[in-house]
Design a protein around this ligand. Sequence first.
Ligand code: AMP
Ligand code: MG
Length: 417
Amino acid sequence: MAQLSDDCFAFGGPMMSVDEAVAIITSRVTAVGEIETVPLNAADGRVLARDVAAPLPLPPFTNSAVDGYAVRAGDLPRETEQAFPLAGRVQAGVSAGAAKPGHAVRIFTGAPMPEGTDTVFMQEDVTVDEAGRVVLPPGLKAGANVRPAGEDIPLGHLALKRGQRLWPQHVAMAAAFGLSELDVTRRIRVAVFSTGDEIASPGTARGTPQLYDSNRFMLMAMLRRLGAEVSDLGIIRDEREPLASALKHAAAQHDLILTSGGVSTGEEDHVKAGVEAVGSLVLWRMAIKPGRPVAMGIIGGTPFIGLPGNPVASFVTFVHVVRPAVLALSGALPEQPIPIPVRAAFTYKKKAGRREYVRVSLRRAQDGTLEALKFPREGAGLLSSLVDTDGLVELGEDLTAVKPGQSVGYLGYASLI
Ligand code: AMP
Ligand code: MG
């Protein structure tokens, strides 16, 4: 488990920007060191633990990119078309011999280039005369329609970097190298629980003044998408003792503890006291909306993050604070989703010095540009505002207003989770 000192997240300032918060978290947590070897089939979503240098070039041999006729560049017709007698035929998966000068070789996509040839005419561009010779037009460049060995990846090239989160295309490249397994970092183990006397577990009876726990399932789903192994620790009452003991037990067995709710400074917000009983805690007033305070702490050397209870605040702080922490703990390279410029179809006023995220749907305007429509209501408790929108518009600290038509940065949910 990661071992961090108690004052690791201490911060003196009154308000912390999102960038400062992420920089502190990612520089303080230590990536898991354990490495596992997994079959290629199980590598999707894992974090690569070692660099992969190309053990063979891609493609491994020079081959034809099309179905057609291979010739020597020296024989290429220059001014007028020219008839070539055929000598040989080579299909994919078959070794090719040497080509005769002045002849064309029938060749198919993926077949190795016969020795001496370096240019292929597409079959659509040629005719065959009565004598069975292939008539090749002038003007084709030497080397056309050929894929040289190593044109994609040269031998020894650093093809996959340590810390890369493996997506299907990375798995494909490892397979193209003939690798059947990859070394990845161990999945990080994250303990998740919700807090609050008003929260009931789905599938259990709900008291009249209670609501069902949505945060825990959202957070666990987001963690799993990041490759974490999740322990579902349920709901903890708003009381110091049960909180403290749940946290202490979780700390011994996990790389990160994540909770939602109870981190405001109200009388019934007991996370602070619970964490302080078994570790140390700082409340970060982060300059992010929706968000409010995010709690950071250390319990027995294990990092703790307490998110606000309102589902939208929980979601937004997860993607901007927890996600970078999970990536860092997993040994993954940092990822900074890039906002895509779209046109605002709304008016908005905000305070300077705070980053705000507006829930929006995208639509295509008459002139073809993408427009962002703001969800009509603002509450941080409205789950419909996440379900019925496509992503978040990010309004930077310096901005104080948005006018219709203004270009704003859009982050689709798919890029955030
Ligand atoms: P808190 O941060 O504990 O003050 O909670 C803020 C709001 O979020 C309250 O209205 C809570 O009822 C709500 N809330 C807290 N935890 C959850 C949860 N796990 N699922 C859904 N709503 C929650
Ligand atoms: Mg609460």
